[in-house]
Design a protein around this ligand. Structure first.
Ligand SMILES: [Fe+2]
Length: 245
């Protein structure tokens, strides 16, 4: 089913499409060049996405997102994958509220469970249900989001204003930069790239009742889902490294 849309040239063609869709701002140029350059040159092998039934959030929200999706080079390049990625729930529902666990869904195109298998870079689709807050978190990878349909708000720090990103918009998040995503009453479909240091840790920041903060470590599992492994108090050096100012 996917043979006609997958070849080893695929990363380069998607890189071209993203570069034709996204206009980085001045502070993003070096990171954007790294993201697109890494995608163009990624080493990968043909793979087979898991053939599981899509989670309910995909069945519920993807048709509307596709209907509303503006035509851009990125959406044209990625639309053929909406039906063939192995959509999966990103976070374990035993550790987060049910609406959050069931409302954050990903499907890899390049990565451990993608159409093309790579351990150098992840490229895929990310679906957020309405009224979801993906709390402040940080990871070592360099990340870009390109919104394909719907809208999301992103903020880069506890005191930072959120920035609303609609279809055609983008966000670049440097390594270790703390960030939060939020949807309102509409769902959102995003194309993402993770590159650089793909260390399998994702630290969520959590305010405790006494006003102090912990950070909670999620570790990536072999199937690319995440599970909580440990927590520690948030300390000054980490707050500084996370761009939380
Ligand atoms: Fe992120």
């Amino acid at each position: 089913m996917t043979d006609d849309i997958v070849s080893l040239d695929l990363p380069a063609s998607i890189a071209d499409a993203l570069a034709a869709t996204i206009t980085p701002i001045a502070t993003e140029h070096a990171m954007f060049d790294q993201l697109i350059g890494d995608l163009r040159s990624v080493s990968c092998q043909p793979g087979t996405p898991p053939q599981n039934d899509p989670p309910d959030a995909v069945l519920q929200h993807l048709p509307g997102l596709v209907a509303a999706m503006p035509l851009t080079p990125a959406s044209a390049a990625l639309r053929p994958f909406l039906d063939s990625v192995g959509w999966y729930q990103i976070f374990d529902s035993t550790h987060v509220p049910d609406n959050l666990a069931t409302g954050l869904i990903a499907g890899q195109i390049v990565g451990g469970r993608g159409h093309l298998v790579s351990n150098e870079l992840y490229l895929g689709l990310f679906l957020l249900a309405p009224n979801i807050t993906y709390p402040l978190h940080q990871h070592a990878s360099l990340e870009i989001y390109c919104v394909l349909s719907g809208a999301v708000s992103i903020r880069h720090g506890r005191a930072k204003p959120a920035q609303r990103i609609g279809a055609g918009g983008h966000s670049v998040t440097p390594p270790q930069q703390v960030h939060e995503l939020q949807t309102n009453d509409e769902a959102c479909l995003i194309a993402y790239i993770w590159t650089g240091d793909l260390t399998g840790e994702n630290w969520w920041w959590e305010e405790k009742p006494d006003g102090s903060w912990d950070r909670v470590c999620w570790q990536r599992q072999a199937d690319s889902s995440w599970k909580i492994t440990h927590r520690e108090p948030l300390f000054a050096a980490e707050i500084a490294r996370a761009g939380d100012h």
